[in-house]
Each structure stands twice: as C-alpha cells, then as structure tokens.
Design a protein around this ligand. Structure first.
Ligand SMILES: [Zn+2]
Ligand SMILES: [Zn+2]
Length: 428
C-alpha cells in the first residue's frame, strides 16, 4: 500500500529556504532527499522478487530524483536543472586534456565545437528547452576569466590597467546579458498591454496584409481573448487601413491572440514575441523587440573583451611572435603546463569569438536591411527575398527604408516590457 509522508502544501504556507513543493504538490525538505521514494521502493521490490518492471517505473524514479535535486533559496529550495551540470565538469577536463599535447589540442578543439553543434541541432529539432548552452556560455566566460586571474596575471606581463579593462569588459557583458534576459517583449492578450511601437513601411501584401498603402503607420493591435472572436479585425489607430482577412493571417492558434505585424510564435518558449528575430539557445530566450539591442550589445562587449583578452594571453605566452602568427606557431608553449593551458584557452576563446563575430556581422547586416532572422528564413524558404553576397545579405524589401532610417527605427523601437530592476537571477 502506498503511503504519502509529505503533507500537502497550503496556498498561504510560507516555505523556509530548505523547503519546497514537490511535483506531487506535497511539502518537502532538501534533507529528505533520500526518504520515501515509493517508485524506487516498488522498483526494488519487483527486482528482488524477479518480477518484470513497470514500463514507466524508471522514468518515474528519474523524475523523483530530478525533483529532489534542490539548492536552498530565499523563497524555498530551487530545482537544479541537470542540463546545467555537464559544461561545468566537461569544459575544464577537456581543456586540460587539450593542453597536454598539440595533437590532443587539435582533436579536442575540433571535437568540442562539433559535439556542441550536434547537441544544438538535436535539441533544436525537438524544440526542447535546455539550459546546457547558457550554462556553457556563462561558465566559459567565468572560467576564462578565472584562468586569466590565476594563470596569466601571475606571469607578470599584465598591468593593473589591462586587468581592469578585462574585468570591466566581463562586467559589462554580464550586465548587458542580464538586460537581454529580462525578456524579448511578449505579445499579451490585453489591448492596453499589447502595442508595438515599431514603425512599419510599405509591407508587401503577401507578407503582411494588415497594413498597406505605403505610409508610415504606428500600429496598436488589440488582441482577441476568446476563440469566438476569431475572425474579428484588429484595431489600429486612425490612418491605417485594414484588410478583411488580417485577423486570420495574424491569428496565433497556440496563444489564441492576434499578433502585430512582425511578431512570431516561438515553439520553444510557447509564446508570441513582438518583432521576433530568433530563439537564442545561448541565452535561453527569444530575441525580440524589447531585447534585440541589448542582445547586440552583449555580443559587442563580449567580442571586445575576448579579443583583448586573447591578445594579452598570446603576448604573455608567446612574446617572440607577432599577434597574428602566435596563434598558429608558438614554439615551446607546450613545454610548460601553465603556458600550454593558456595557449589552449586562447584557441578555445578564438573559436567562440569567431562564431560570435560571424553572428554579430549577420545581425548588423539584418538591421541595416531591416530584416529579422525569422523574416530572412521565411523569405529564403518562400523565395520572396533577394540573396546577396553568398547568402550573407537577405533583402526582403518589405520594411527597408534605407540604411539610416533602418538603424534609426532599430535604435528607437520601444520596449513594451515594464521596466524592472536587474537581478542576478535574470541570468538564468
Ligand atoms: Zn503564439
Ligand atoms: Zn523562444
């Protein structure tokens, strides 16, 4: 007979830092992580009696284990996402292995990005949400900074000013990331909350039939709140012309609301996002109207800090070579474990920096042409956009009003989220 040891949590019960409400709704304590697992008891009983296991018993035991893996927190113990952990263990081990010999370095630094890309496509295909990439990105930043402090600074080649610049760069990157994590600007069902201050110019009928006639429109969309209203037209400020079928075209069947033009539904976040650019696994959030600028700022601060840090490391471990050749040829760097580790980390940072530099260039081109990543992808799929410079530039010709106007629109588009103070938890 099954027993329930935990009492059910009352709505107004306040939890101490070590208590939590478990997946069955009972009040539990982190110290009781090994007590009363009925599923485990049942699985053990069956194993002892040599009876066949229930098909879902293993998954139920796994769910209980992950539910009980908690860290004490102010308003009750927080669940630890297991996908956070692999980068914390694997990255230091792999970098230390890569620092043993240059051949091992080549193997590890080739396999590591390959494995990460494979996992990225694996999770992206399943539209699953994972903290693995955010954990890898944040831990890489902290670990590189830690190694800079413990391995490079003691060598005596880095001045206090240079250390200060690196520290400032890391801090600015984190601040910009926290701002980005405040949210991309979700489409909300309340008319008062749902407005987009992006200015729309001459949208093509096939792409956005809701607004046309080539004039500038500041649009305010009222969202429907019930399926019964499906088919009703969205409201707009005077001057904009609406078409009869606009509601159907912009209706999101998942969120049950009408989206403003350029908004899109993210299947990973299960929400509609204003001026959706893309879902970024590295920050575990969508990039949209409210956080696109801070997203680019995060990339910009990171790249400046990383490039400067790499140059300082190479100057220290390979003083006889020029900066451009030091990464390719640095004699005797593997003769000392510390310099080999620094050199390996410089290579790892260079690979990450190269990937993010490519992303930043694409983003700057998209902003210059007033195209979001999502719109570029749809235009490529539907063959409605021009592809220039080997696909680097996708010009849909829908919203672009020239370089300066496009950048002006990007820099002045409103944030629809309520301003709120930055908290360290914004990073997750
Ligand atoms: Zn939606
Ligand atoms: Zn998303």
């Amino acid at each position: 007979m099954k027993k329930r040891s935990n009492k059910a949590a009352e709505p107004d019960d306040t939890l101490c830092c070590c208590e939590y409400v478990d997946r069955l709704g009972g009040r539990s304590h982190v110290a009781a992580c090994c007590c009363d697992c009925e599923d485990l008891d049942e699985a053990c009983d069956r194993w002892m009696k040599r009876e066949p296991q229930n098909p879902d018993s293993l998954s139920r035991v796994a769910a209980t284990v992950t539910d009980r893996l908690r860290v004490p927190w102010i308003s009750g113990a927080k669940k630890v996402d297991l996908s956070l952990i692999p980068p914390l263990i694997l990255l230091p081990i792999l970098l230390h292995i890569a620092a043993l010999h240059y051949l091992l370095g080549i193997v590890v630094l080739t396999a590591l990005p390959g494995m990460v890309l494979w996992y990225y496509y694996f999770t992206h295909r399943k539209k699953g949400r994972t903290l693995f990439f955010l954990s890898l990105a944040l831990f890489s930043l902290f670990y590189m900074y830690y190694l800079f402090l413990t391995e490079v600074v003691p060598r005596g080649d880095v001045t206090n000013v240079q250390l200060g610049i690196i520290t400032l760069g890391v801090a600015l990157t984190l601040l910009a990331l926290m701002h980005t994590k405040k949210g991309p600007g979700y489409v909300k069902p309340s008319p008062a909350d749902t407005h987009s201050t992006v200015t729309y110019h001459s949208p093509l009928q096939e792409v956005d039939s809701a607004y046309h006639n080539g004039l500038r429109h500041q649009v305010v969309i009222a969202n429907r709140t019930s399926p019964a209203e499906q088919g009703a037209e969205p409201r707009a400020v005077a001057g904009s012309v609406l078409e009869k079928d606009s509601g159907k075209r912009n209706w999101c069947p998942f969120c049950k609301l009408v989206r403003p033009p350029r908004a899109g539904h993210c299947r990973i976040c299960s929400a509609c996002v204003l001026r959706l650019d893309h879902h970024c696994v590295w920050i575990n959030s969508c990039v949209g109207q409210a956080n696109h600028r801070s997203f680019l700022l995060t990339l910009f601060f990171f790249l400046l800090t990383s490039l400067y840090g790499i140059s300082l490391v190479l100057q220290s471990v390979c003083p006889t070579q020029s900066l451009l050749t030091a990464l390719l040829y640095c004699p005797d760097v593997y003769s000392q474990s510390s310099s080999a580790l620094c050199f390996t980390c410089a290579w790892y940072s260079s690979i990450v920096t190269g990937g993010l530099l490519h992303l930043l260039v694409l983003q700057l081109i998209n902003v210059s042409y007033n195209v979001t990543e999502r719109e570029a992808r749809i235009a490529l799929r539907d063959k409605t956009g021009r592809s220039l410079v080997w696909g680097l530039i996708i010009d849909t010709g829908v919203y672009s009003r020239g370089f300066r106007s496009n950048w002006n629109e990007f820099l002045t588009m409103g944030e629809t989220l309520e301003p709120k103070a930055l908290k360290p938890t914004d990073l997750v």
